[in-house]
Design a protein around this ligand. Sequence first.
Ligand SMILES: Nc1ncnc2c1ncn2[C@@H]1O[C@H](COP(=O)(O)OP(=O)(O)OP(=O)(O)O)[C@@H](O)[C@H]1O
Ligand SMILES: [Mg+2]
Length: 418
Amino acid sequence: MHAYIPRVLRVGLFLLLLVFSLAIFFMTNKNTQTVRILAIRSLTDTAVGLSAAADNALRSIGQDASEIRAVLSDRVVAYALVAERNGHIRFHTNPHLVHTKLSDQEVERWIRSGTVTNRRIVLGTGVPAYEFNFIMYRPQGPPEMLRLVLHTTAVDQTIKQAERIWWITGPMIALLWIMGILFERFFTYRFRLHTELENQRRLSLIGQMTATLAHEIRNALGSVKGYAQWLEKKAETPGPQKDALDAIVKGALRIELLVQELLLYSKEELYHLESFEAAPLIQEAVIAAAADWPGNIQLDIDPRTTIRADREKLYRVMVNGIKNALDAMGQSGHLAISSDHSSRRVIIRIEDTGTGLSDQDNDRLFMPFYTTKTDGTGLGLAYAKKVVEGMAGSIQLTNRAGGRGAVLTIALPKGKVK
Ligand SMILES: Nc1ncnc2c1ncn2[C@@H]1O[C@H](COP(=O)(O)OP(=O)(O)OP(=O)(O)O)[C@@H](O)[C@H]1O
Ligand SMILES: [Mg+2]
């Protein structure tokens, strides 16, 4: 599987979810809007119908307004009135308000505009309503205004009911995204698992091949080295022949060391985990790696620090870490080894005042065969990473925060105190 597949899938999934969510959102919005428009239109139709019926009846208003009252007695009508241009109310469904006055300017201005107007209002009682204003042209006399105010309770209920669909579509959109995210997480997890497994399989195959090869080389090298040493001993007088044999022996010893390290790195590790005190092991490693180093060594290990690890492997990791630090410093400098068991794990630090690390080094430090030394194999840190992680720990090499040099930090599980 290619590495870009999860990214393509993620983008595809995101776009799909976006399209679905937008489609659901727009459809729901459109539906509620349509219901709102239809509800208002039904109210308008009622008003127009009532106004037409009222128009005929109102022409005959003079002495008797009972006919128009009958027309406007519909339950949907909150109130209705007919006003002259000057605002004088000629008719009102509430007989007490007949002959009172509206704001005359308002009626005058509106009649001049010559259009039907409608708007939402709230009655004095706090009840919502819809107000329609119609112009009534009379055969004799100036035009008048017919105002119909209709209750909107039923219409508002219909609209509210339609809007309730959001209670379904909202959670639906949320659920869609949650499912999408869960699917993505699951797929990414499976993909990572698959990739890791494939890498492990490949590495183990390479490891097996390397181990076989190293084994064969070591056997063949044994006789080359043995014969060269034998011949060197036989050539008593110094001369070019002895020098050449000496070079062969040295070369063979170097290859032997490399092959040994390679075998060590590529073999499948068996861990003998036990709890033990860290201080003696670290002291031993310092003696082995830095006994005749002329620089300054500072050991700061709490004797109560106990670690759970494989002794022999940790010893090798420590020796390599100390040797690396000394190589980076040359013949002088300050080597500080400390431990900290205050957190969940034991942290061992090997600090030096050497050359430090360059930015390019960082990615490759723990890769097999990465070395900047002429006599290095580049397997020290690769082996350290392999076994420290194999012992449920972690390892990192960084530049020292407070000045020149580097720090190798090894974290390992705490041991059980006996
Ligand atoms: N303390 C350090 N300061 C600066 N560079 C370091 C330090 N430790 C490691 N390195 C760099 O990391 C490289 C890899 O180290 P590693 O121990 O894997 O191999 P090596 O020391 O080169 O060879 P070998 O361990 O076989 O002798 C080193 O060559 C060096 O460049
Ligand atoms: Mg090394």
